[in-house]
Design a protein around this ligand. Structure first.
Ligand code: AZC
Length: 825
């Protein structure tokens, strides 16, 4: 792909100029951060050309557009990724080298835009990348949080949260677009008016409002000149600081509006798979949803006029239930502003909205107290009441006399607004994110809805973008793949990776593959040395679990097993043991106490083991501070083993599992989420599978669980590690520090079953899988083959494949092409 701005001399001149105009300095005097800014603005100029060209093309082709509505976009750094997708990475790297600048150092100056928690937010970012790369018109719609995901510090083994002031040096890639601002209203009351024709009008009065100001963020497609837009909204007060309003005593109101605006976009809620249930969160939801839908309708009407045609040109995908108020907001606009009748409005809405479910964890299902909801969103609540009334009528018609059904399925029930029910009732598509997950939705969690409207349900197994997680994260492997395949096609068609299977029996190729892994392990070891002060041996097995900290993900199982291994090594110093480095990375949501105890335990175990000279460095444990997209890229590339050990049925899909696989790390995991499909692709012999199946787990759950004492009493090794939680071994003699973890494994506590995530139940089987993995690693050739097989079989897990399925089955978007010859640079 050609862009004249990346010609070396032009680019170098631009960087020099930027350093001058931005900082009044010469390149030689500029700080790395200033150079990052200067380079980014030079790249942005190139992007803007394509951004304009894309808008022009869309204007001409008038393609159907998807609005991907999400509270979270976990983008990760932009500079490197933009260069890759502009196919200019290598040229720019060289140009900068000629100026004495190291691109890697410059990239490290960029703060991670961490506008998301974990899987759901990162998936949204991958999807935008794929949409642009495949040439589909799309907007990401979200919130421009002033503070993204907190920065994690580890102090004395404990997690400490620090604010993430990611915007403090400015954000070179974004564009503020005040001309597209929209007003969003909260609270007040609804007055009913009748006009001369007798038509009813609903007028919101005594409300508070804020101005939503969009910031546009370019989403660069790979090598196709397409640049889509992520539109994230900032809030500003609507204050007319006119003296007369002070006189009228409105000063107070002005200050309130100022505060409302400031609070709404202040911070991302750091909960993953868990709701906080705070009023401010609902405000955030309605704020960005209302602004985004208003903007979409304005845009549509400017071109089309006839609102009934909306479903032909627009579709709203709701990323989990967080943006589900979209349904009612669209109804509000159609009813109150476009003056459509209910049936017409409903017909349009139910052809425009679709819903993705990302979890079956009960604590993540959004339900809002009706009093809070109706106070904050009075008109929206009225509309939901009417949707609910009509839906309940339908349920009664279909299941006469079955009030149980009504209770289970109503949107408004027990004083709550059930957002998932709203999404399913109004959506034309409901999808899960991996085969197993979708089956569980259909047969367990959403069974009643599936029975009533089976046609809505479908599966879209998640994927990841190879542009970031292979090309950018692992340039050595990316180049090797291109060389071995003899083509770069894999960059936009990951199924091409299967061509690597030809090299599975080629000793030379396997050696090269493992040498690359080794270099990546050295790179990570250097990072660990710098950030943790711990020396790890790149020749040891890097066994990695990085993801949000959650009990269902079972980091506790992993660390208990490390404690068990340590006991074994101490008891049998002579036993054959391949040196292992266990790497953890995880943020706990700030209020999740047990998750924080697990972090502390991991660090305590690390402390004891890493400082025990008697084991000769056979075992190391590292907790990587502040796990985030940028260091994840280093970690995936360096992993030997991918730990995906959630309690079966709990992890909807997982996407980290795919990133490891792509980078040649076999999965050690349960048959959960997308692990099942990974095993399908790579073959059961190229993974280490253990533990209860989803059916078994569900079966236990439906029958009151199991008794962990049966295991504790009969397995001395397990009993020993569990007891070590309360004998002071890892707490300087303090027997209480981990008492809660101990109790969680053995005793029922209030509503929670003992060992509700089946850690002890799966322990033996996990230890076996660990032992099998170690045995396999000892056979270097066999291991190399297994690792390469994983990379070769990752084709299915590209987000490009996922997005194409969304397009074919749900969105029906039109493919857009930009003809390079027609570009006027
Ligand atoms: C996550 C799921 O836990 C994870 O399994 C999945 O891969 C990911 O979504 C993307 O689909 N869910 C969340 O991050 N959060 C919520 C509320 O589900």
């Amino acid at each position: 792909m050609y862009n004249p701005r990346f010609e070396k001399d032009v680019f170098k001149r631009d960087v020099r100029n930027n350093v001058k105009t931005l900082f009044r300095k010469e390149v030689e005097e500029a700080t790395p951060q200033q150079l990052f800014q200067a380079v980014s603005y030079a790249v942005k100029e190139a992007i803007i050309d394509d951004w304009l060209a894309t808008q022009k093309q869309y204007e001409k082709d008038d393609p159907k557009t998807v609005y991907y509505m999400s509270m979270e976009f976990l983008l990760g750094r932009a500079l490197g990724n933009n260069l890759i997708n502009m196919t200019a990475y290598k040229e720019v790297k060289e140009a900068l080298e000629e100026m004495g600048i190291d691109l890697n150092v410059i990239e490290d100056q960029e703060p991670d835009p961490a506008l998301g928690n974990g899987g759901l937010g990162r998936l949204a970012a991958c999807f935008l990348d794929s949409l642009a790369t495949l040439g589909y018109a799309s907007y990401g719609c979200g919130i421009r949080y002033r503070y993204g995901m907190f920065k994690q510090k580890i102090r004395d083994g404990y997690q400490v949260e620090a604010p993430d002031n990611w915007l403090k040096d400015g954000n070179p890639f974004e564009l503020r677009r005040p001309e597209y601002a929209k007003e969003v209203r909260f609270g007040g009351n609804i007055r009913v008016e009748y006009d001369e024709t007798g038509k009813t009008h609903f007028v919101q009065e005594n409300y508070e409002s804020v101005m939503a100001i969009p910031y546009d963020y370019p989403i660069v497609g790979y090598g196709n000149h397409i640049v889509n837009t992520l539109r994230i909204w900032d809030a500003e007060a609507i204050v007319d600081f006119q003296l007369d309003s002070f006189d009228r005593g409105d000063y107070h109101k002005a200050v309130e509006q100022e505060n409302l605006a400031k609070n709404i976009v202040e911070v991302l809620y750091p909960n993953d798979n868990h709701i906080a249930g705070k009023e401010l969160r609902l405000k955030q939801q309605y704020f960005f949803v209302s602004a985004s839908i208003q903007a979409a309708i304005t845009k549509f009407k400017k071109k089309h006029g006839d609102i009934s045609k909306l479903p032909e040109k627009v579709t709203f995908q709701m990323n989990d239930t967080h943006p589900t108020v979209a349904v009612a907001e669209l109804m509000r606009i159609l009813l109150d502003e476009e003056n459509l009748g209910w049936n017409e409005a409903w017909d349009i809405t139910t052809k425009c909205c679709a819903y993705t479910n990302h979890t079956i964890m009960a604590e993540a299902l959004e339900k809002w107290p009706i009093d809070l909801f109706s106070r904050l969103l009075p008109r929206i609540y009225q509309i939901i009441q009417e949707i609910d009334r009509r839906f309940v009528e339908q349920v009664r018609a279909q299941y006469p006399g079955n009030e149980e059904k009504v209770k289970k399925m109503a949107i408004l029930m027990d004083g709550q607004v059930k957002m998932a029910h709203l999404a399913i009732v109004a959506g034309y598509s409901v999808n899960g994110v991996a085969k197993l997950h979708t089956e569980i939705l259909k047969n367990q969690e959403l069974k009643d809805f599936y029975q009533m409207m089976p046609e809505k349900f479908n599966n879209k197994t998640n994927g990841i973008t190879q542009r970031r997680f292979l090309m950018h994260a692992n340039p050595l492997l990316a180049d090797w793949v291109t060389e071995k395949l003899g083509t770069k096609e894999w960059i936009t068609d990951l199924s091409k990776m299967s061509g690597l299977k030809e090299w599975l029996d080629d000793e030379e190729a396997l050696k090269e593959f493992m040498t690359i892994k080794f270099k990546n392990k050295e790179r990570l070891a250097a990072y660990i040395k710098e950030h943790n002060g711990v020396e790890v041996d790149p020749r040891s097995i890097f066994d990695v679990q990085v993801k949000r900290l959650h009990e269902y993900k079972r980091q506790l199982l992993n660390i208990l097993h490390v404690m068990y291994l340590y006991n074994q090594i101490k008891d049998h110093p002579e036993m054959s043991f391949y040196p292992k480095t266990y790497v953890f990375g995880a943020k706990a949501s700030a209020g999740y106490i047990r998750a924080k105890e697990i972090i502390k335990l991991i660090n305590s175990v690390a402390d004891v083991i890493n400082n025990d000279r008697s084991i000769n460095g056979k075992l190391k444990v590292v907790f990587i501070e502040d796990y985030r997209v940028s260091n994840a890229e280093l970690i995936f590339a360096a992993a030997d083993i991918s730990e995906q050990i959630s309690t079966a049925s709990k992890e909807a899909s997982g996407t980290g599992n795919m990133k490891f696989m792509m980078n040649g790390a076999p999965t050690l995991g349960t048959m959960d989420g997308a692990n099942v499909e990974i095993v399908d692709e790579v073959g059961i012999d190229n993974a280490f599978i253990f533990g209860l199946s989803a059916d078994e787990v569900i079966n236990y759950e439906q029958n009151g669980g199991y008794n962990p004492y049966d295991i504790y009493n009969n397995d001395p090794d397990i009993r020993r590690v569990v007891d070590q939680l309360v004998d002071g071994t890892y707490a300087n003699g303090d027997k209480e520090m981990y008492r809660d973890l101990y109790n969680s494994l053995l005793n029922n506590q209030g509503g929670a079953r003992a060992d509700m995530y089946f850690i002890l139940k799966d322990f033996r089987s996990y230890a076996d899988a660990q032992a099998r993995a170690m045995e396999a690693y000892k056979d270097t050739d066999k291991w190399a083959k297994m690792a390469l097989k994983n990379t070769a079989c990752c084709g299915k897990f590209s987000a490009d494949r996922t997005i194409q399925e969304y397009v074919d089955d749900i969105w029906h978007l039109d493919h857009v092409v930009i003809n390079e010859d027609e570009l006027e640079y």
